[in-house]
Write a protein that binds this ligand. Sequence first.
Ligand SMILES: Nc1ncnc2c1ncn2[C@@H]1O[C@H](COP(=O)(O)OP(=O)(O)O)[C@@H](O)[C@H]1O
Ligand SMILES: [Mg+2]
Length: 251
Amino acid sequence: MSDASPGAVVLNVSGLSKRFGGLQATDDVSFDLVRGSIVGVIGPNGAGKTTLFNQLTGFIRPDAGSILLGERPIIGLAPHVICRSGLVKTFQNVATFGDMTVLENATVGALAHHPIAAAREKAAIALRRVGLQARMETLAGELSLPEKARLELARALATEPMVMLLDEVMATLTPGEQREIVEMVKELARGGMTLLVIEHHMKTVMTLCERILVLNFGRLIASGTPSQVASDPHVVAAYLGTRAASELADA
Ligand SMILES: Nc1ncnc2c1ncn2[C@@H]1O[C@H](COP(=O)(O)OP(=O)(O)O)[C@@H](O)[C@H]1O
Ligand SMILES: [Mg+2]
């Protein structure tokens, strides 16, 4: 079904595996993303989170497995084709073009689908959605850190994706600034966007995500609601530690 209703699976990942020499970076990873959901990916350093994202976006070709975006198999497609098909990853802060304006930066995202004039309009719409409409002519290099995080979201949004992968967009932000981005991301999901999110701040992950995938040594060792995952003994042992888990349970 190419079904756009709520509850439809928009991304189906099955048996995704990638080995680097002797190291199994992802090992038989399978999960579904349902339209409008926000799903977190957590796990220790080196667990395979970034490798998973790179396989989804086409930067790394998996050794085995399948990825369906809607009904379309996307393994083997070039990253720009996958982006045009509707799956996009946020760029890191470093990729923001500091000497270009906010509008020009967002326009780069929209050029995936549109000629320049239309791309600029799509970019302006994306910037309004993240609350940067008053900053369109500002040089990106002059933005505050939370504004840069918003611009990262806008650049991805400007490609008009079905699925957005957020790779630590809130890493540099204070807890208060993170809460603002959390609300914005939740609003996107309410509008039908589907989001897969790598984030290290556990409280932020727990408040943002309705479901969490836990990777350890490339394997999916748990998945469930934040409270299920925080009380899972395997997750506590591999990642959270007893103290962090009880703090989260109290949060
Ligand atoms: N291009 C690569 N070549 C070799 N090893 C890699 C490469 N990319 C990642 N790795 C290794 O794969 C493992 C998973 O890395 P990564 O996906 O970056 O983990 P995470 O994002 O969870 O910290 C790590 O041990 C890392 O050193
Ligand atoms: Mg990483």
